[in-house]
Each structure stands twice: as C-alpha cells, then as structure tokens.
Write a protein that binds this ligand. Structure first.
Ligand code: E4P
Length: 220
C-alpha cells in the first residue's frame, strides 16, 4: 500500500518525507488556499520534497477549461497528477487528458457507479472519500471494498486511493479492503506510530540496559 500525505504544508511534508515512508502527496483547492501561495510555485516545491505522485486539482468546471488547466498543471513537473472532479465535465476532461498520456486522479467519488465512470474514462487514480461518507451516516469503508472488488472483476488499471481518512483505523481498514493508496493528514500518519506498549517496552529495555552497563562504565 502506498502512503500519500494529504497536505500542502511544506513543514509537514518535509517531516513526513524524512521518515522515508511517504510515496506521494494529494492536494486540493482548500489545502492549497490554506497555504496562501501561488499554486504553480507551491506545487513545484512540493515536488522537490516528495519524489512521487503529487496531485494538483483543476478549479475550472467546464471540460474545455479543465483540459487546458490540466495540461498546464502537468507541465509544472513530471510527477504532477491532474485532479478532476467527478462531474460530467470532469469525466469528459479525464478521458481527453488520459488519451494524451496525462495521468488523472478523479476526485470527490462517493459511489461505486462513479468509480466505474472514472475507470472507463482511463483515470490513473480514483479517490473515494471515506470520512465524508461517515460524516453523513454511511460506512465509507464499504465504498472502498466495493470499488476494489469491481475493479478486480474487470481488471481495471485505475488505482484506488482511499481519501478523507481521519484515523489510523481508517488506514488499516483501507489496507484490508485492498486500496492501492491511502492518503492521510500528517496527524494521522503520525498517530500510526503510537502504542503505549511500545513506549513502555522501550523504557524498560533502556532501564535494564543502563542498570548493568552504565553502572559498569561508572565503576571503571
Ligand atoms: C483527497 O484527495 C482529499 O484532499 C482529502 O482526502 C479530503 O479529506 P477531508 O474530507 O478530510 O477534507
């Protein structure tokens, strides 16, 4: 399973990348706006921090403008994956961009039917939003299970990226469901490390070690 960071914050990306376990980055217009810098410059900097797929989203809503914007985004850096929303125009733009060899991440997916449309349009990635479905009373993870099964049934090459993950449990369940990628906020990636027995165990190991070897050193 590939781990992507769902953030445009450069400090978080640098910290995550330093652990050697981050395979890519997803951004969206809200995350970019939070950083308050011009998109092109910011995406280029992200690509210098993480050497992997970096999703950058179009903000146009009609197919023709999305295609133009998608092409421009793809010129920023070879690692850029163009993100298009799951609308009629977004699917039309995805189909055109995919035929030109531009990799597209189709975002804002909330049903398996929508995921089928994205795969048929030649999407490189589909992004089903788990947390946002949970927020309105559905079990978001069921969607990941359905899409991975359907794609397997037909051999679609589109990668399933579990998005809107809000907890370590979401990440584990996405892995169990067979998602190719999980994108998560820095906070969730950081939380994956934690277990009280790890801390307690390490504390005890070091106490036992120091009792013998520090005392031996001190006695010399
Ligand atoms: C994915 O690409 C989206 O940016 C993201 O996962 C949305 O997450 P949210 O629902 O926590 O905003």
């Amino acid at each position: 399973m590939k781990f992507f960071l769902d953030t445009a914050n450069l400090e978080e990306l640098k910290k995550g990348a330093s652990w050697g376990i981050v395979d890519g980055v997803t951004t969206n217009p809200s995350l970019i706006a939070k950083e308050g810098r011009p998109l092109e410059e910011h995406i280029r900097e992200i690509c210098q921090i993480v050497d992997g797929d970096v999703s950058a989203e179009v903000v146009s809503t009609d197919a023709e403008s999305m295609i133009k914007e998608g092409r421009e985004l793809s010129y920023i850096h070879r690692n850029v994956v163009v993100k298009c929303p799951l609308t009629r125009d977004g699917i039309k733009a995805t189909s055109t961009l995919a035929k030109e060899g531009i990799r597209v991440n189709v975002t804002l997916c909330f049903t398996a039917g929508q995921a089928l449309l994205a795969a048929k349009a030649g999407a490189y990635i589909i992004s089903p939003f788990v947390g946002r479905l949970d927020d309105i009373g559905y079990t978001g993870m069921d969607l990941i299970r359905s899409i991975t099964q359907i794609y397997k049934n037909y051999g679609f090459a589109t990668q399933v990226l579990a998005a809107s993950l809000r907890s370590p449990t979401h990440v584990i369940d996405s892995a169990l469901a067979g998602a190719h990628i999980g994108t998560m906020p820095f906070k969730v990636l950081d939380m994956l490390f934690n277990h009280p027995l790890t801390d307690k165990g390490l504390d005890q190991f070091l106490k036992d070690w120091n009792k013998v070897f520090q005392e031996t050193t001190a006695a010399r």
